[in-house]
Design a protein around this ligand. Structure first.
Ligand SMILES: Nc1nc2c(ncn2[C@@H]2O[C@H](COP(=O)(O)OP(=O)(O)OP(=O)(O)O)[C@@H](O)[C@H]2O)c(=O)[nH]1
Ligand SMILES: [Mg+2]
Length: 224
């Protein structure tokens, strides 16, 4: 079974824990208890493959963010959550994404963008288009509006990021295989006939034995 480490990031109170607990346990947590750091495991079959997911639900509030660098390093996929009722929570994600790309030192990091609390229509300050716009700016990062309360699009978002990790790993192992094959071909090519040096040695030997012949001939001449 393969291991998939997913990190859930976003500002405080946007619903990171609610979305995660809904996905892992299928329950909705009404009360708000700010997270320091919680880890969950879930085994799930995706596209006929058994996957062991480790999901890290992180702290939104600033005083706990010192650990962020460490868990970003170890994460394979990232779920970036904002709330459609909080304009700043989307702005905060811009810096978070930059941090993820910088720490992973790559533009190709499995990621989804989530606009949560979509059920709170009256409190909504961000439209679907606002989310789509950011997703486009990020190079079409998959975007879902979710409701942890009603479990809308929650499974879809998690499964999407796992599929991205699977695709990335498959591409990486195909690339490794190709490189190995290339290396093998190069090694075979470099098994060339004797090196320059060896050729020279052989030539020198041949020429010196030729000289000896000449000497022998000349000696013969003298005797005669
Ligand atoms: N109506 C509605 N409320 C939600 C939804 N998701 C979360 N909430 C509520 O929002 C509050 C904060 O949710 P949490 O999941 O604790 O938020 P968080 O992002 O984990 O917060 P931190 O751990 O402090 O970073 C809770 O009272 C939740 O019940 C949702 O989809 N709809
Ligand atoms: Mg939380």
């Amino acid at each position: 079974m393969r291991d998939y480490k997913i990190v859930v990031l976003g500002a405080g109170g946007v619903g990171k824990s609610s979305v995660t607990v809904q996905f892992v346990q299928g329950v909705y947590v009404e009360s708000y208890d700010p997270t320091i750091e919680d880890s969950y495991r879930k085994q799930i079959e995706i596209d006929g493959r058994a996957c062991d997911l480790e999901i890290l639900d992180t702290a939104g509030v600033a005083q706990f963010t010192a650990m962020r660098e460490l868990y970003i390093k170890s994460g394979k996929g990232f779920i970036l959550v904002y709330s459609v009722t909080d304009e700043n929570s989307l702005k905060e994600l811009l810096a978070l994404r930059e941090q993820v790309l910088r720490i992973k030192d790559s533009d190709n990091v499995p990621m989804v963008l989530i606009g949560n609390k979509s059920d709170l229509e009256n409190d909504r300050v961000l439209s679907i288009e606002d989310g789509v716009k950011v997703s486009q700016e990020w190079g079409l990062v998959p975007f879902y509006e979710t409701s942890a309360m009603y479990k809308t699009n929650v499974d879809e978002a998690f499964i999407d990021v796992v599929r991205q990790i699977m695709r990335k790993e498959a591409a990486m192992s195909a690339e490794k295989k190709q490189q190995k094959e290339l290396q093998k071909q190069q090694d075979q090519k470099s098994e060339i006939p004797p090196s320059e040096k060896e050729v020279k040695k052989v030539r020198t030997k041949q020429s010196s034995s030729g000289e000896e012949n000449d000497k022998a001939k000349s000696k013969c001449c003298v005797i005669m």
